[in-house]
Design a protein around this ligand. Structure first.
Ligand code: S3P
Length: 188
């Protein structure tokens, strides 16, 4: 089972009605999020998709024309709007938990699960994709290592940390759903 870290959703009075998946690009948030939603009959949303739907623009375009700070402001707005959701699996952009307000907000209504991978596995998964502006770098592998090291302390604030290198994404899905059922039953 995943490692339960730092916070204790069973005894904190939190109202766990959703699941939020955090973690670096290429750790499996989208695949696992969709599968968990299917298994629990929850709705699935993705913060990047909500930003794109709300602005009518791609993430790459927002980064290119307005820069990362403008993207982060849109991300924070979307997170606030998620507070009214129930029975939803929320997949989040890889940089979202770096803003502590985002994590605080998600934790009021969601079990926060971090999917973790090694930089090598992440590279394997993202190397043939081109839609992520932060990896448009002369040395994307070094960039992954650098960002992952800088973000590790934020990712580790999740309620549950699951390494997706060691398990199939189906197995990770089962564990996320199981952990949610345990924690939400305990929190009632
Ligand atoms: C980002 C991750 C992306 C997207 C944006 C920035 C990041 O989402 O939000 O390109 O800062 O790590 P995924 O983690 O879904 O790729």
């Amino acid at each position: 089972m995943g490692r339960v870290l730092y916070s204790d959703p069973m005894h904190s009075g939190r109202h766990l009605v959703n699941i939020a998946l955090i973690g670096f690009m290429g750790t499996g948030k989208t695949t696992v999020g969709r599968l968990v939603a299917e298994q629990l009959r929850f709705e699935y949303v993705d913060t990047d998709e909500l930003i794109q739907a709300g602005t009518g623009r791609t993430i790459a375009d927002i980064f290119a024309k307005e820069g990362e700070p403008a993207f982060r402001a849109l991300e924070q707005k979307v997170v606030k709007e998620l507070a009214s959701r129930t029975r939803t699996v929320i997949a989040t952009g890889g940089g979202l938990p770096v803003n502590p307000d985002n994590l605080t907000s998600l934790k009021t209504h969601s079990l926060v699960v971090c999917l973790w991978s090694s930089p090598e596995k992440i590279w394997e998964r993202v190397r043939h994709q081109s839609h992520r502006p932060l990896l448009h770098d002369a040395n994307p592998q070094a960039k992954i290592r650098e960002l992952l090291a800088a973000r590790e302390r934020f990712y580790k604030q999740a309620d549950v940390l699951l390494n997706t290198d060691l398990r199939s994404l189906r197995e990770v899905t089962r564990q996320v759903a199981h952990q949610f059922q345990l924690e939400s039953a305990g929190a009632k």
